[in-house]
Write a protein that binds this ligand. Structure first.
Ligand SMILES: [Zn+2]
Length: 403
């Protein structure tokens, strides 16, 4: 079934009577008989243009140099059932093409979270961090293919130490942990995020001052049925494999609780809760976590759509946790399938507009229709003192970086 058929069969191909009547009226004005007006419009073809007249501010460069804590410049070449099983990297964006955008947009450093491990990590560090010091910073990842080895806990801690020697500055945990990794790696029962086999890995990161960028769970709508009530229906229709509804998946709450047990058990390890601690729909809950865990910060990657649709709550959140929020985008060169992550000038300009201006009702992603839910966002108009921290000072502190 293609997407159009899916929309039709689920009833979402039909928009409400309001649109149909409006179209009929405009057709009438153009001299066409009312009867010829379409009776329905597929949701996928609906691209409403805002008729609001409100200020539109173009922010070509960030007010202060930016450290983007969350990008993907390389990616594992082999992924089976959601688990990366090879160190070999696919190069998504070369240093040269990234630097051109960075220089135009006042981005000082990109943190490539998915640098892998082993010889590919060494290669990545050499080509990016080594060739352009502090403009690129690489994180390592767990070697899940070793998971069944009896001494995996020790091997994984040693792999972190080796990665540190090879130049990795932090560890990235993809949502693999909690949603894909199983007791036979790609099959069997899901492994819990707080499985004790990972404890030496978390400890090694603490000892080596390597922050852990941790992605746990996903938008809460991904845990609900993909039906007419789902606020991210179109996104889930485009990416049905992003749904974690049903089957043997834990709930969002269970995943976050397991993550929180890890953060509590490893107070000397610094955790960056990616995507606003993976619960940007509920900033009260993220605030509770930040209150509980002094060793936790958050980034805003791929979540300005959420923050910007609750601008008053988000502004209070930024005021209160201005020392704990890191700038991130989830930018992926050539990631055309996910416009909210597509690494280009337009993406950065939207983030800057969101943080720096009081503009109202604008797109949160460079896309024809909003890709993460059909709404628009409002700028936070942050003062310079907070912008400086969010753009670079907080990340510089976490990464022990001087810019
Ligand atoms: Zn990411």
């Amino acid at each position: 079934m293609n997407r159009r058929q899916l929309l039709r069969s689920s009833g979402l191909g039909l928009l409400g009577g309001t649109v149909t009547r409006a179209m009929a009226r405009s057709a009438d004005l153009e001299g066409q008989p009312l009867g010829s007006a379409p009776t329905s419009l597929p949701l996928s073809e609906y691209e409403p243009k805002s008729m609001l007249h409100v200020p539109e501010t173009h922010v070509p460069k960030a007010r202060f140099p930016v450290i983007d804590i969350h990008t993907h410049l390389t990616w594992s070449k082999k992924v089976t059932n959601g688990v990366a099983l090879a160190s070999e990297r696919e190069i998504l964006g070369t240093p040269e093409e990234c630097l051109a955008v960075m220089d135009r947009k006042n981005v000082h450093s990109l943190i490539n979270l998915t640098g892998g491990y082993g010889s590919s990590l060494t290669e990545t560090v050499k080509n990016y961090d080594g060739a352009h010091p502090d403009r690129f910073i690489t994180f390592t990842e767990p070697s899940y293919e070793l998971f069944l080895q009896p001494d995996y806990p020790k091997l994984q801690a040693q792999a972190i130490e080796q990665a540190h020697r090879d130049g990795a500055r932090g560890l990235k945990i993809l949502k693999t942990l909690g949603l894909y990794l199983r007791d036979n790696i790609t099959t069997g029962t899901l492994i819990k995020i707080d499985d004790q086999r990972f404890d030496p890995m978390w400890d090694a990161c603490g000892q080596l001052n390597m922050p852990v960028g941790i992605h746990v769970s996903d938008p809460i709508a991904f845990f609900s049925p993909t039906d007419r009530f789902n606020e991210r229906y179109e996104e889930l229709s485009n990416h049905p494999d992003w749904s974690f509804y049903g089957r043997d998946f834990p709930s969002n709450a269970e995943l976050l609780e397991a993550r929180n047990r890890v953060i509590a058990r490893h107070p000397k390890t610094q955790f960056i809760g990616l995507h606003v601690g993976n619960f940007s729909e509920n900033l009260a809950s993220v605030s509770e976590d930040l209150e509980r865990f002094p060793n936790m910060t958050v980034d805003i990657a791929a979540r300005i759509g959420e923050l910007g649709r609750q601008p008053r709550t988000a502004r209070k959140f930024f005021d209160k946790y201005q020392d704990r929020i890191l700038f991130g985008t989830d930018a992926t060169p050539h990631g055309d399938e996910f416009p909210q992550q597509l690494f280009n000038d337009a993406l950065y300009e939207i983030y800057y507009r969101f943080l720096e201006t009081s503009d109202e009702y604008f797109d949160y992603a460079p896309a024809k229709t909003p890709p993460q839910g059909r709404w628009q966002i409002y700028g936070l108009d942050l003062p310079e003192s907070i912008l400086r921290k969010v753009y670079n000072a907080n990340a510089a502190r976490e990464l022990r970086l001087t810019i």
